[in-house]
Design a protein around this ligand. Structure first.
Ligand SMILES: *Cc1c(COP(=O)(O)O)cnc(C)c1O
Length: 354
């Protein structure tokens, strides 16, 4: 257990209008920070008013990118409690990311304790409109003021919260996807399975190009042969081909999404065959051509499930399910958001009540 010292804000900020929250634009009144050094371990845990961090310009995070993060959401329950979705999975993944980045990691208990303290202090910031939630962003940065290239010996963990709107203010909108066959996101042996900021910095280039060409997201291929499908934008991806849902297996370059894991569990319960395996872009193109590609969607915390309306690969363009949302895609979205918000009974033990 961390001992968290609390200093509540004396000037609460005005809350934004719930109908126009967008994603990650507003921040709640408080944040939790915890420091790490080798002698004391994690210490100096504080809940303080949200505000700038004071860091040495030589802090390693600014130079060598030793940083990682998590993303999760809190929902209000009808009984006044606060619901989190599988927070222990975020805690475990953060530990895996820390290991890969040679960073000190918080224990699962400490991680959940920090999240709980923040959502309790800022419970008024949890929006209540349908589709909205309080997005939580835990992250850890390297703080040694030292330019030598080495893993830092000191770290700071920070937890912030952002009231977030529905990803689909105008209803489910299938997205146009560009298959990126030049730039790659990750490769085996690299950091693809870790949720580190550097992966995103390296991915921007392809995103910018896709956007210029009029697409909303990039479909990533593997970093070695540029042949196997990995992810879509910052989401995992699933394809329903001839009745079976196929999703890329976790080879080390794919991020192990909690939404992905939850979708697989639900599909298996519903009797829908699921395969976690390598899926080449050629196999996908044949399925698009012979009409056996029935549905395609991305999945991740922010969007939950994001239907793919069309795929574009070189000069091949194919519409998926007539550009409409597939029935299985819709069912997964309804089920997961229903469980997360407490409207559907949680038979899996996925919901954590604060
Ligand atoms: C966070 C993330 C996902 C989705 O993971 P969830 O746990 O479902 O939110 C997928 N791909 C990448 C690259 C990510 O960073």
């Amino acid at each position: 257990m961390l001992e968290i010292k609390k200093t509540l804000t004396s000037s609460p900020r005005q809350k934004p209008c719930q109908s126009n929250l967008g994603f990650g634009r507003y921040f709640s009144d408080h944040m939790v920070t915890v420091d790490y050094c080798e002698e004391k371990g994690w210490h100096n845990a504080q809940l303080v008013p949200y505000g700038p961090l004071c860091l040495d310009p030589a802090a390693m995070v600014f130079h060598y990118g030793q940083e990682l993060f998590e993303g999760m959401k809190a929902y209000p329950a009808a009984d006044g409690r606060i619901l989190l979705f599988r927070p222990e999975k975020n805690a475990q993944r953060m530990r895996t990311s820390c290991e890969r980045m040679c960073m000190a990691s918080l224990s699962e208990e400490d991680f959940i304790q920090c999240v709980e303290e923040l959502v309790k202090a800022d419970r008024d910031w949890i929006p209540t409109e349908p589709g909205t939630s309080l997005y939580l962003r835990p992250f850890i940065i390297a703080t040694d003021a030292m330019l030598g290239v080495h893993a830092s010996h000191t770290y700071k963990a920070v937890f912030i919260a952002s009231p977030t709107g529905s990803y689909y203010p105008d209803g489910f909108a299938p997205i146009r996807i560009y298959v990126e066959d030049e730039y790659t996101r990750a490769s085996r042996g690299g950091t693809g399975y870790a949720k580190c900021g550097g992966n995103y910095a390296a991915a921007n280039r392809a995103g910018v190009r896709a956007e210029k060409l009029g697409f909303s997201q990039v479909l990533w291929l593997d970093g070695v042969e540029r042949k196997y499908i990995e992810e879509v934008g910052s989401m995992n991806v699933m394809f329903k081909i001839a009745g079976t849902v196929v999703t890329p297996k976790l080879t080390g370059s794919v991020l192990p999404g909690i939404t992905r894991k939850s979708c697989i569990a639900l599909l298996q319960e519903w009797g829908v065959p699921v395969e976690e395996r390598l899926l080449s872009v050629d196999e996908l193109v044949s399925a698009m051509r012979d009409g056996t590609l029935e549905e395609a969607f991305g999945c991740g915390t922010a969007a939950v499930v994001s239907p793919i309306g069309s795929l574009h690969y070189g000069d091949i363009s194919v519409t998926v399910n007539g550009g409409a949302v597939g029935p299985l895609t819709q069912r997964l979205y309804d089920e997961i958001t229903g469980i997360q918000s407490g409207k559907i009974a949680d038979t899996h033990g996925w919901v954590y009540r604060v």
